[in-house]
Design a protein around this ligand. Sequence first.
Ligand SMILES: *[C@@H]1O[C@H](CO)[C@@H](O)[C@H](O)[C@H]1NC(C)=O
Ligand SMILES: *[C@@H]1O[C@H](CO)[C@@H](O)[C@H](O)[C@H]1NC(C)=O
Ligand SMILES: *[C@@H]1O[C@H](CO)[C@@H](O)[C@H](O)[C@H]1NC(C)=O
Length: 196
Amino acid sequence: MPTSTSQPSQAATRSPIRLICIILLVLFVLLGLAVLITWLVVRPKRIIYTIENSSIQNLNLTNDHLSATFYFTIRSYNPNKRASFYYDSMDATVNYNDQNLAFAAVQPFYQRKRNVTRLNLEFVARSTALPSAVSKDFLLEKSTGKVQLDVWLKARIRYKVGAWKSRRRTMRISCSPVLDFNRFKNLKRTYCATEL
Ligand SMILES: *[C@@H]1O[C@H](CO)[C@@H](O)[C@H](O)[C@H]1NC(C)=O
Ligand SMILES: *[C@@H]1O[C@H](CO)[C@@H](O)[C@H](O)[C@H]1NC(C)=O
Ligand SMILES: *[C@@H]1O[C@H](CO)[C@@H](O)[C@H](O)[C@H]1NC(C)=O
């Protein structure tokens, strides 16, 4: 019968294929482990952003149009022992109640391992139109002495570990400092949320 004679020869041809499959599987598992370990070693910790201090000058909110100059000193700390960061571009906006008041661009920079870099941001709002409800809220909050603003940064970054460089990614940073209008300063150091 053809089935009984073909059985052993089939088993004989299957075993080297099975061996190759097992070797390939082991190689894949080892490769996966190597990738995982490399990723765990290479994966950078989050950069820590804080707003250290801030000030406002020449605030004028008349007829729902806001003019002011906002200054923020933002501290950026790279806690990584192995990863350094290229900031290829960085845009910043200052907002109130989701309304954009002014924007600023930050010069590209390179941040070494364990480095602290301070960014001095200056936002100039020139007669920015606000919805009248937002403008009312702003004046009301200002009369209590404290106004919460939002500073949003969006950076295109690459990080470098040894000679390896990541592809370009977007890092978003959001900070919500509360400004004290009686002293035109922010109340305390504000920690920002970062998302990479
Ligand atoms: C924050 O304080 C530092 C040192 O006191 C000063 O150089 C900087 O101009 C201040 N920044 C703002 C936005 O007030
Ligand atoms: C505030 O802005 C209004 C309208 O733009 C202007 O008429 C007024 O003179 C400004 N006030 C100050 C103190 O600059
Ligand atoms: C961080 O890097 C910048 C730019 O390379 C440099 O000016 C600054 O002194 C460094 N700061 C520290 C604390 O190493």
